[in-house]
Design a protein around this ligand. Structure first.
Ligand SMILES: N[C@@H](CCC(=O)N[C@@H](CS)C(=O)NCC(=O)O)C(=O)O
Length: 366
């Protein structure tokens, strides 16, 4: 079994550990905070990369750390950039919330028919790589480590000064972005944002640990199994934890209702987060999985004991609250990339690459 595979000999999903694990801080011997020095490479289809885009936006770092978006289609050589040619965009224009793609705004229902895997629409299918003209994400990995021999994953946090990967582990990248390292480059409001307040850290860690194993990775474990028995075990486990999450959020809503009165919906929703009464890293790590649930995991990964919209009213309210009330969540969510990315890039699961049109709408208004 190659080290590049994502499944073991039993056909069960296994993750891959990220090997670039540096941090950025004024004490770090190499990676010091600076404006314009670091660049984020993401896929909009990828839930792990999605966390980093949300954090970057919440922390006001869109004008400090630029971003490139790979094409939504993953092939056997990994992720690629859109080859821009003459239409190449000035990289200074690419510091925007959705990660270099300015044109997608609530375009929720574009039919996928007629779009082929090598379609070439700059700022729709992805962006080019503006610094070195790289065509593949793998080039960043080989530039850092010529004998690199594992998968070329997003997200990648890149240092333009030393031309190396700083970190390719999303859980650490979001901690770097949330740290005070870049405080001097952002305005007062985003500087106040702290997704990991010390007094909530134990609760956040506890929540993250069961959500990660059973929900974030749980959908992949169900989707990538190659035996009915393992699938049934994984999907049952996943829904057990969605039930647990539903109960937690239902109780939270009831407590907020008791505190603010049942007619104060706005006040309730302003405090309706998964840990504590404020937005934290726990929401940022949960959201990318739940927003993908009805649109891809339900059918593509066969996680179909229920949808979020029909089976989990409290999670659904939380999800819509995050999407509709927070630009950092909405503007980093690209349903076209999400749907096309999964359904066209995993031929073992979807050999014909037909992308289902539904559900409609991608997300229901709140
Ligand atoms: N541990 C990594 C996992 C990232 C990851 O698995 N990314 C997937 C996309 S969702 C990837 O880039 N896969 C490339 C491939 O399989 O070739 C993180 O959380 O940052």
């Amino acid at each position: 079994m190659s080290s590049k595979s994502f499944s073991n000999e039993k056909g069960e999903f296994k993750g891959q550990s990220s090997i670039f694990r540096e941090m950025i801080s004024s004490e770090h011997p190499v990676y010091k905070p600076a404006k314009g020095r670091y660049w984020l490479y993401v896929a909009l289809t990828c839930p792990w990369a999605h966390r980093t885009l949300i954090t970057r936006a919440l922390k006001g770092l869109t004008s400090v750390i630029g971003c490139s978006v790979v094409h939504w289609h993953l092939d056997d050589r990994g992720w690629r950039f859109v080859e821009a040619g003459d239409e190449k965009t000035d990289k200074r224009n690419w510091f925007d919330v959705a990660g270099g793609i300015t044109s997608i705004r609530l375009n929720n229902s574009t039919p996928a028919a007629g779009i082929c895997n090598d379609s070439h629409r700059l700022l729709t299918d992805g962006t080019d790589e503006p610094h070195y003209g790289y065509k593949r994400l793998s080039e960043l990995y080989f530039k850092t480590k010529p004998d690199y021999d594992a998968r070329f994953t997003v997200p990648v946090l890149w240092d333009l000064k030393t031309r190396t990967i700083v970190n390719n582990e999303s859980s650490e990248i979001i901690r770097i972005l949330n740290s005070s390292a870049f405080d001097e480059f952002v305005g007062d409001e985003p500087r106040q944002v702290n997704l990991l307040p010390q007094f909530l850290q134990p609760q956040i860690e506890e929540f993250n640990s069961w959500v990660y194993d059973n929900i974030n990775v749980g959908v992949y474990k169900a989707g990538f199994t190659e035996s009915a028995e393992a699938y049934e075990r994984e999907v049952t486990n996943l829904f057990y934890y969605l039930d647990k999450l539903e109960t937690l959020l239902r109780e939270k809503y009831a407590r907020l209702e008791a505190e603010y009165g049942e007619n104060s919906k706005d006040k309730i929703l302003a405090h309706y987060y998964v840990v504590g009464d404020r937005l934290t890293e726990a929401d940022v790590r949960l959201y990318p999985t739940i927003i993908r649930f009805d649109v891809v995991y339900h059918q593509h990964f066969k996680c179909n004991l229920a949808t979020i919209r029909d089976g989990y009213p409290s999670i659904h309210t939380w999800l819509r609250n995050m999407y509709w009330r927070h630009n950092a969540f909405q503007h980093t969510t690209d349903f076209n990339h999400i749907k096309l990315g999964y359904t066209r890039s995993q031929p073992r699961i979807n050999p014909l690459g037909i992308t289902p049109l539904g559900p409609k709408p991608d997300i229901i208004p709140i």
